[in-house]
Design a protein around this ligand. Structure first.
Ligand code: HEM
Length: 512
């Protein structure tokens, strides 16, 4: 999801652009000083340079953005400002302020800021659920995604797809382990399993593994391409990035060319079901073919359909895969948690294969997953919010053109809300009396899916996937460290989501 990484900028790169930006922006600053009249009372924040603000401090710190922010919390508290070139960011990291903004003042705080030029191209000018401003287009798209695909009854219809994907996951892990002395890569396998489910739900047509891998590769290229560049924060520098801008157009073309055949295939299957008797009876694409959008005469264009499908598949792939990687890491670190989970599975289903209905009922599994999402929210920031009109929060001004960011670990690691927040302890939700409403309606204590009007519409599906995958993976295998007896390294790194810095490789022992 939305991430800020300056990893691609080498120190050499920094120097050139620091100098250029400083000269150029100082000129702009001097020219624009006269026109500034109204004083806006923004939250405090670290002092920056004229116009470029804190941009180069962040870039040169060498830290991932989430770490930079985490390090500022003790000094600047639950609401502070970072000026990133022409973008002003207000970072919120307390439960009270998140509740006030997203629940109490949700009507005002539920929009999205303007996009940078790259994202404008890939989002078809904000024609996606996640990027649309708060208004009729967003309402139409979100309603369609939720009612068409993500409601409880719709979700049920895709049980078979999930079952097949889980069987394939187990088979892949088994053969990878056999070929590698018992060792398997966790993230890539989990990611691939969920990707297959989402592709099938989205396009409804059969694909072989080669095709799936090709689409996966293309989607990853898109994610890399939309990663913010320095000229997104300082548009004055955009003439220095002609190659990158050309690349954006090429990648968008590749994305359209890659997905249009799937769209056409589904159209053909809908007209003539005999073409593919095994295809799923219903898909996200089907809802888009005849979608009515408030305030628009025509339905989505083919380019817009490509964008909406990509959103559906991307929204749930890396996020879910990341959650599974951290889950297995925690299970290896805490063998007692793993065996309690295994015992719960055994006592619930005996020798039969655990399914998602069983998983829903398992108290301990649900506590493990909740603790997982508290301790390791797959994204450390919710998607960027914006206000629809000038607003106030904690006595400060929130102007319309600012990026309002919610730093999630600031809430879920807050010692005022949690006992020993650093400890991974699922029991806090069972015997510890520390419940938390993940939707935030009854109060915010953790918000891995955001809260309020923009809460992740995939919450139900995502928890189904995470619960089911963990249950199957623990039922089939005993997980331990690889190399044997090594300690799991819990360092994090930003890669669209916050994944393990050293990608987890684990040892699996089939249970039977
Ligand atoms: C563990 C898995 C997932 C996590 C942790 C997650 C997390 C999030 C977060 C933090 C947001 C931002 C909320 C905000 O703006 O305040 C979000 C939004 C969104 N998510 Fe998810 N998500 C997950 C899975 C999914 C899945 C499976 C889908 C759909 C297939 C999905 C689709 C979306 C969409 C469309 C939005 C934008 C909502 C809007 O702007 O109205 N997500 N998600």
């Amino acid at each position: 999801m939305d991430s800020i990484s300056f990893s691609s900028l080498s120190p050499y790169y920094h120097l050139i652009f620091t100098a250029l930006a400083f000269i150029a922006s100082s000129v702009v600053f001097l020219l624009s000083r006269k026109s500034k009249s109204k004083v806006v009372n923004l939250p405090p924040g670290p002092p920056g340079w004229p116009v470029v603000g804190n941009l180069f401090q962040v870039a040169r710190s060498g830290k991932p953005f989430f770490q930079y922010v985490r390090d500022l919390l003790p000094k600047y508290g639950p609401i502070f400002t970072l000026r990133m070139g022409t973008r002003t960011m207000i970072i919120i990291s307390s439960a009270e302020l998140a509740y006030e903004a997203l629940i109490e003042k949700g009507q005002v705080f539920s929009s999205r800021p303007r996009e940078n030029p790259t994202r404008t191209i890939f989002s078809c000018d904000k024609f996606t659920v996640n990027a649309a401003v708060y208004g009729p287009v967003w309402r139409s798209l979100r309603r369609n995604m939720v009612q068409g695909m993500l409601s409880t009854s719709r979700l049920r219809e895709f049980r078979d797809v999930r079952d097949v994907a889980m069987d394939k996951l187990v088979a892949r892990l088994k053969s990878e382990a056999e070929a590698n002395n018992g060792a398997v890569w966790v993230l890539s396998n989990a990611r691939f399993a969920v990707f297959c489910i989402l592709l099938s739900m989205c396009f409804g047509v059969e694909m072989d593994e080669k095709m799936i891998e090709k689409i996966d590769q293309m989607m990853k290229t898109v994610l890399i391409t939309v990663d913010p560049r320095i000229d997104d924060f300082l548009p004055i520098l955009s003439p220095f990035f002609p190659k990158q801008r050309k690349r954006v157009t090429e990648v968008r073309k590749e994305q359209i060319e890659g997905l249009v055949p799937l769209i056409e295939k589904r159209r053909a299957v809908l007209k003539n079901p005999g073409l593919e008797p095994n295809s799923v009876s219903f898909s996200y694409l089907d809802t888009l073919f005849d979608l009515k959008i408030e305030g628009r005469k025509s339905g989505p264009t083919t380019a817009e359909i490509v964008t909406l499908c990509s959103e559906f598949v991307n929204g749930g792939t890396d996020t879910t895969g990341t959650a599974i990687e951290w889950a297995i890491a925690r299970m290896i670190e805490n063998p007692d948690i793993q065996s309690r989970l295994y015992d719960e599975i055994r006592s619930t289903v005996g020798d039969r294969k655990v399914n998602e209905r069983d998983a829903e009922k398992m108290v301990y599994l649900n506590a493990v997953v909740k603790e997982l999402l508290r301790k390791h929210p797959p994204t450390y920031f919710s998607l960027t919010h914006a206000v629809i009109e000038p607003a106030k929060l904690a006595g400060y001004d929130i102007p319309t053109d600012t990026n309002v960011e919610f730093f999630l670990p600031g809430i879920s690691d807050d010692p005022k809300l949690w006992t020993n927040p650093e400890k991974f302890n699922p029991d806090r939700f069972i015997t510890g009396g520390e419940d938390a409403d993940i939707t935030g309606v009854k109060g915010v204590k953790m918000m891995p899916f955001g809260v309020g009007r923009r809460i992740c519409p995939g919450l139900g599906m995502a928890t189904t996937h995470v619960n089911l995958m963990i249950a199957r993976m623990v039922q089939e295998f005993e997980w331990s460290a690889y190399p044997e007896n090594s300690k799991v390294d819990f360092s994090e790194k930003l890669e669209f989501t916050v994944v393990m810095k050293n990608t987890l490789r684990a040892k699996v022992e089939p249970r039977v």
